[in-house]
Design a protein around this ligand. Structure first.
Ligand code: SAM
Length: 292
């Protein structure tokens, strides 16, 4: 297998991608050439970084020098922006699987990929593989939420997982002892993933209901509301999440950075008594109790 790496602007990358597919590439991928995080694009949005490194892979029989010449005929690319190398063949699926190992959260909870044996058979083990929706437990924000759920959920009646992604938090809450959960997401792919993961973990449909935000009845109230989104949506969602929380109910917020803590506490303080519960790798976890 051969790899072509190109340093390009976002506009050049879009043109180069099309050309490379037409010239026989078997894969094309793009990476950020700088440090420009694109956090959570909305469903259907595919924003690009300003400066991009494009990797294209070609089978051994292709002459990459000819392909670069073709490309340069259409795009003003500097020769030092192009690198060609040969890549050793390897089992990519196996290499990717090796990155995901069972992870423990708190005292009772493990997230275990399906190709691994559960390290502690007596623990609360959730089978979960990486997929198209966010939430495998490897990200610090999910980890913070799972740790909190492990420490606090026992006989919680009802849980609202707002921005459920893979459904990992709702599923964990149910396995830890919650009786009923609702998972809400704006991304239909996340709803499919949540349903799929719930089924794999033998959670009946009646215990975990899943839907788009519009599907949540206005009068639904929960003992625990948990939302791992980003600071901006969390800010906008404050009145809505408050409306779905019972008096004395708990709220857990994640997905905000340490520097965003103060502003977010201010947003939720009219409805909840808020406090900073934990920080991990620059990400914060907020905890609150619904005021009467
Ligand atoms: C960071 S992921 C969290 C997934 C999972 N709950 C976890 O903790 O790993 C955030 C999820 O929130 C969803 N989301 C973003 N904005 C939202 C909004 N305004 N309302 C509902 N869901 C939203 C995204 O589609 C995404 O699936």
């Amino acid at each position: 297998m051969q790899q072509l790496a190109l340093s390009l602007s976002a506009t050049q990358a879009e043109i180069a991608e099309e050309l490379l597919w037409a010239l026989g590439a078997c894969s094309v991928s793009l990476e950020d050439a700088g440090d420009e995080p694109l956090l959570e694009p909305l469903p259907g949005e595919t924003p690009l970084w300003q400066d991009v490194v494009l990797y294209a892979h070609f089978e051994a029989e292709y002459d990459l020098n000819t392909i670069v010449t073709e490309l340069c005929a259409h795009l003003p690319i500097e020769t030092n922006a192009v690198a060609i190398k040969t890549i050793e063949d390897q089992d990519w699926v196996r290499a990717c699987m090796a990155d995901f190992k069972p992870l423990a959260f708190g005292k009772r909870l493990w997230i275990v990929p399906s190709w691994h044996q559960a390290p502690q058979a007596a623990a609360i083990n959730i089978t979960l593989d990486p997929g198209l929706a966010f939430g495998t437990g490897t990200h610090p924000t999910t980890g913070l939420c799972l740790g909190w759920l492990d420490a606090h959920v026992q006989n919680t009646d009802s849980v609202l997982d707002y921005g459920c992604g893979s459904g990992i938090l709702a599923i964990a809450a149910l396995k830890l002892g919650a009786k009923h959960a609702v998972g809400i997401d704006i991304d239909p792919q996340a709803l499919l993933a949540t349903r799929d993961n719930a089924e794999r973990n033998h959670i009946p449909e009646t215990d975990l209901q899943v839907g788009l935000p519009d599907a949540l009845p206005a009068d639904a109230r929960f003992d625990l509301v948990i939302a791992n989104i980003l600071a901006k949506p969390l800010e906008l969602l404050a009145p809505l999440l408050a409306a779905h929380s019972i008096t004395g109910g708990k709220i857990i917020l994640a997905g905000l950075l340490e520097r965003q803590v103060e502003a977010l506490i201010e947003c939720y303080q009219p409805y909840f008594s808020m406090r900073l519960a934990a920080i991990r790798e620059g990400w914060a976890l907020l905890e609150g109790s619904r005021k009467p």
